[in-house]
Design a protein. Sequence first.
Length: 438
Amino acid sequence: MQQDSLFSPAVPEPLAVRLRPLTLEEIAGQRHLLGKGKVLRRLIEQDMVSSMIFWGPPGVGKTTLAGVIALLTKARFINFSAVTSGIKEIRDVMKQAEANRRYGERTILFVDEIHRFNKAQQDAFLPFVEKGSIILIGATTENPSFEVNGALLSRCKVFVLKALSDDEIFALLKRALTDKRGFGGQKVQIEEELLRRLAVFADGDARKALSTLEMVVLNAEESAEGLIVNEATLEDCTSRKTLLYDKGGEEHYNVISALHKSMRNSDPDAAVYWLARMLEAGEDPLYIARRVTRFASEDVGLADPRALEIAIAAYQACHFIGMPECTVHLTQAVVYLSLAPKSNALYTAYLSARKDAMEQMAEPVPLHIRNGVTKLMRELDYGKGYQYAHDTEEKLTAMTCLPDSLQGKTYYHPTNEGLEKRFAERLEFIKSWKKQHG
């Protein structure tokens, strides 16, 4: 089996390969791991790398980081693919690593997509990791808690790599246009706004960003001044209209506000449009699902208790399968919430109660609803006079539960919308009963 380095020459090399970082400073993002003084940076700089797992979404630098370690370490570095290698290849590499150890040479084994190895293949690494024959570096897009054997995982430090921010992608694209390994030797003209749109389109994936930039430049218009990238070229190469949307800026909040208010106004067509605007511009579907979940209780509430169930189910679906498949689940939730009866009674109830709670934080809990769990507490009348509702035929008591200064205060005012009308009738019955038996 041929063990090539991560940077074996290929012809022609894609931009993402040509621009692959050679130093820690060139790596985009991951400052929480590679910033000055951070643990992983110190381990790499001091050549004291131990077995570890890099976990993160595609295109965030897992393989790139392993490549930089390969360049900086004094150990023998072997690049191993979980896709093309089996038990036999593992044993051959382990045998070679064990021989190197006897001569005092360390072996770092990088396994890309380690989650693709089955249990038997992962178990084959374990004895060699335990006795130090190899330093294992695995890369995975899946949660290692579920995809890597517990015994092997316990011997590895897990480092979580994050999706790159739009600003980090933007900086990477600018470097690609000036670096001699990229397009530094060509005159490429592209407006900064278009470059930012491309950064948003990449959705945190550096490889996707560089691949798209390469396609855009290859399809740019030629002129005496060089290569000119215009909006039409960008849209053609991204196969979608680049929407005015900045996930961290004002338009982000404008569009999520438009979605929220369209659902509140019971307009499913507008709501689905604004949903599509966000998703097609690269918004995180889980962010939208969280906002939809908030809406389910803030604007629908007990008028339709199933609204919250639908919203939570949509969030879970987004988490399970991601984009683009989860678009239909979010659409289902958004249309359901748009058509559901509306009530903000829960929202206004909390706001009103919050105001009183903030102003009367020192108000003591009434003694009769305190829990008298010790002899001293009972001697101090904790729990004295408590009435257990389940002991009564009506499952109701006239006992009060608010502090004395708030007796008679009402926070929840149900509407007659949808199912909340039934809750209003039940509440009216309860209040009437307590008044009669108080």
